[in-house]
Design a protein around this ligand. Structure first.
Ligand code: TXA
Ligand code: MG
Length: 340
């Protein structure tokens, strides 16, 4: 398949002909990759089951992994769900457009391929002019998972999408690099109290404050198995290189990195020093760094851990643990002594 690649950086989204063209492709049942503030999405008409099935094929995505549906205005929520509770309306008003996805009871109009066979639908309104204009002009709601080959690091730059999907989809819209860099917070609003199924930069504290009530973090979210959000059970974000996360006091961790590097023989080791930046900065560039390490042919990636008491650090650690296949070690002071 020939993929049309349109660069819409520095263009006025409302006037860009390329976005109009991409919207027509969506309306006709095609696949369009587009930027959002979190990561690039791979979109199809959410209400067209044939179109949505093509997403699974292009990404190599397991078909029981439901897809987030993107809307461009609040009224369109009614297309997808009947049941807009006060809390849902409140969070939508407070955080949309933005990196918050809410799980809601679905209307029968939403095809079951879009929701992986579930009777709930995940909805968000992205905070990107290009994305909002594309959705608006398509005249529908847009189902879009991250625009990468399933299992590989999420795409935060147009070039990542081209590397993974050129030749597999109809259109790639290249916009600005994603400013958040990790995917939206997924919040289940279908139970008696709201539960975070995937952490993101919209934090538990911010959600609790807005709702004036407790928001839970789903059980097992940082563990290898987190059964409530179907997508979380699959291998995610994996670089080609082996990856090791090191937790612990800064000095101990740096000493351990030096020790491992000294002992590495002819193994190529790359270091991602997440702890040296703020969690938000580190989150913005993390997936790009994984791709750079692979491009440089590293055999092992060692990463320092963010502060997990910080909510954004916690969300980033969630991605890092998956990227490393949960290969994470705490470096103790004892090891530090030994290596001095
Ligand atoms: O920031 C984002 O959310 C990006 C951009 C493109 O919007 N999208 C994204 O989609 O990350 P994806 O498909 O890579 O992740 C969707 C997550 C998966 O973990 C999936 O299992 C969960 O949301 N999900 C979707 N629908 C669900 C539902 N009805 N119930 C529970 N979890 C759901
Ligand atoms: Mg994804």
């Amino acid at each position: 398949m020939k993929t049309q690649i349109y660069d819409v950086r520095n263009k006025d989204a409302a006037k860009a002909e390329e976005i109009g063209e991409a919207a027509r492709v969506l309306k006709d049942g095609g696949l369009v990759a587009f930027p959002t503030e979190t990561v690039y999405g791979l979109g199809a008409d959410a209400l067209n089951s044939r179109a949505v099935s093509k997403i699974y094929e292009a990404k190599g995505r397991p078909s029981d992994n439901p897809i987030i549906v993107h809307i461009c205005r609040l009224e369109d929520l009614q297309l997808l769900t009947d049941d807009i509770a006060d809390d849902v309306a409140l969070l939508a008003k407070e955080f949309w457009p933005g990196p918050l996805t809410m799980i809601l009871p679905k209307k029968s109009l939403v095809p079951s391929v879009t929701t992986g066979g579930l009777n709930t639908v995940a909805v968000r309104m992205p905070d990107s002019e290009v994305a909002l204009e594309l959705i608006r002009q398509s005249g529908t709601a847009v189902a879009a998972p991250s625009a990468n080959i399933s299992g590989s690091p999420s795409p935060t730059k147009g070039e990542h999408v081209v590397a993974d999907l050129d030749g597999r989809i109809d259109v790639i819209l290249i916009g600005e690099d994603c400013r958040v860099g990790i995917e939206s917070t997924v919040l289940d609003m279908t139970g008696s109290s709201p539960v975070i199924l995937r952490p993101g930069i919209i934090t538990k504290e911010a959600l609790s404050r807005a709702l004036s009530k407790d928001v839970e973090i789903g059980g097992g979210i940082q563990e290898e198995e987190a059964p409530r959000s179907p997508g979380t059970k699959y291998a995610h974000y994996r670089p080609k290189a082996e990856m090791l996360l090191l937790k612990g006091r800064r000095r101990a961790v740096l000493n351990e990195i030096m020790r491992l590097t000294a002992e590495s023989g002819n193994k190529k080791i790359g270091v991602i020093d997440v702890a040296a930046e703020s969690p938000a900065e580190a989150a913005k560039s993390f997936f790009d760094k994984l791709r750079q390490m692979d491009a440089a042919g590293m055999d092992l990636i060692i990463a320092t851990a963010p502060d997990e008491n910080d909510s954004v650090g916690f969300a980033l650690m969630n991605r890092m643990l998956k990227a490393a296949g949960h290969n994470c070690r705490s470096v103790t002071e004892g090891e530090e002594e030994a290596s001095l």
